[in-house]
Design a protein around this ligand. Structure first.
Ligand SMILES: *Cc1c(COP(=O)(O)O)cnc(C)c1O
Length: 389
């Protein structure tokens, strides 16, 4: 039989079927029910936040996070160029505009460039940071903890404090990662800024089919986000709505899946870690190939593995992807830079250099939490003996 090793797929061998069945038997399948509150409580306790609001997707969570942060038309928001587009689209949904920032060697946002942009590209009047180029206020920064690495939050929070910026953590890829060095030691990704957002899309470390969650320590923010996620209904009987809301609430069916998944999270991380080190050790022996490190300053969730290919290797990025595909192995380049996507071509991109380099040299290779050692060794073997076409 031809091998087929997908990039990142769900692992549903725990209590998923039992909980979903219970939700169906109890006829609680929609946007109310005990699994939603249990799942919110579960995530809240796991990451050590004050509270959480479950929603339909990470994208919806990011959109709510921006609205409750007061971001809107006329504002600007610093975002990474190297990320999935769902980090940035919600900025536009609110009417605000993104400013694209470069990455560092961890692929997360380069904080020295953020600092340089704030100091040299803007003026700070003691209250507002004003972009010299547009005369608009830079109000917030959406930091992404890419592939499970946590961005440099010590530095970011210092900058945010100095320039009065709101920090939203796009932690959609980093559920389970926490800081092990510096001021925020012990803090989970998503719990350091004002608001953190997780995703439970099918390719993430936990899945609810589709879903997301906001966490924060600010009760007022959580209350407003929950209110907005349920059409901003202020009277249940008469259907009175006190502002324009959204249909963003998670369903009990999704939450049933999520709760069962959460029970297995630490096991998923353990398997992903073992596979990561197996890949890393074996691939380090192939000239021109390596696996990018995760940062020493965190306990990462090992979500996505980044294979770096340099000129020494016989195949380039695109040839590797094609070749692996011919062997039944799914792999992918990183996303096209958001600053180069239609819809964003007119937005400011600040000294984007490393993101362009990494885009050309990184391939994400299979990393599912149900990937076996044999699968890893097969991928390594294929990479070791690339058959030239
Ligand atoms: C997955 C992801 C999102 C969006 O999550 P959805 O649940 O798919 O809407 C946002 N940002 C990043 C970086 C992601 O990887």
């Amino acid at each position: 039989m031809k091998k087929c090793i997908p990039l990142s797929v769900p692992n549903l061998k725990g209590n998923e079927l039992e909980y979903v069945t219970k939700a169906v038997e109890d006829e609680w399948v929609s946007s109310g029910g005990p699994y939603i509150t249990a799942f919110e409580k579960g995530i809240t306790e796991y990451v050590g936040a004050q509270g959480a609001v479950a929603c339909q997707s990470g994208t919806a969570g990011l959109h709510l996070a921006m609205i409750v942060s007061g971001i809107g038309a006329g504002d600007e928001v610093i975002v990474p160029a190297l990320t999935f587009i769902a980090t940035v689209n919600p900025v536009k949904y609110t009417g605000a505009e993104p400013i694209f920032m470069d990455c560092d060697d961890s692929l997360c946002m380069d904080m020295s460039k953020v600092e340089q942009f704030c100091a040299e590209g803007c003026k700070f009047n003691g209250e507002k940071l004003i972009n010299n180029r547009t005369e608009k206020q830079v109000k917030a920064i959406v930091v992404v903890h890419l592939f499970g690495n946590i961005a440099d939050m010590d530095k970011l929070m210092e900058i945010a404090d100095k320039y009065n910026l709101i920090v939203i953590e796009d932690s959609t890829e980093a559920l389970g990662s926490y800081v092990t060095k510096g001021k925020y030691t012990g803090k989970f990704a998503g719990t350091i800024g004002k608001i953190g957002v997780y995703s439970f899309n099918g390719n993430k470390i936990l899945t609810t089919g589709g879903g997301g969650m906001i966490v924060s320590d600010d009760e007022a923010i959580l209350r407003r986000a929950r209110h907005l996620s349920t059409q901003a209904k202020s009277d249940e009987l008469y259907y009175i709505h006190d502002e324009i809301g959204y249909n963003y609430r998670m369903t009990n069916l999704q939450a049933a899946l999520g709760l069962a998944q959460l029970e297995q999270l630490e096991n998923f991380i353990k398997t992903k870690k073992e596979n990561y080190y197996l890949y890393k050790e074996r691939i380090s022996k192939i000239p021109g190939l390596s696996i990018l490190n995760f940062k020493d300053e965190n306990r990462t969730n090992f979500w996505f593995y980044s294979l770096k290919c340099e000129e020494e290797y016989v195949l380039n990025r695109d040839e590797i992807i094609q070749y692996l595909s011919s062997k039944g192995i799914q792999s992918r380049p990183i996303w096209g830079l958001i600053s180069e996507q239609k819809g964003y071509l007119n937005n400011q991109a600040y000294k984007i250099e490393k993101a362009k380099y990494y885009l050309k040299h990184i391939v994400n290779i299979p990393c599912s939490s149900n990937l076996t050692k044999e699968d890893v060794l097969y991928v390594v073997e294929c990479l070791t003996n690339p058959e030239l076409k």
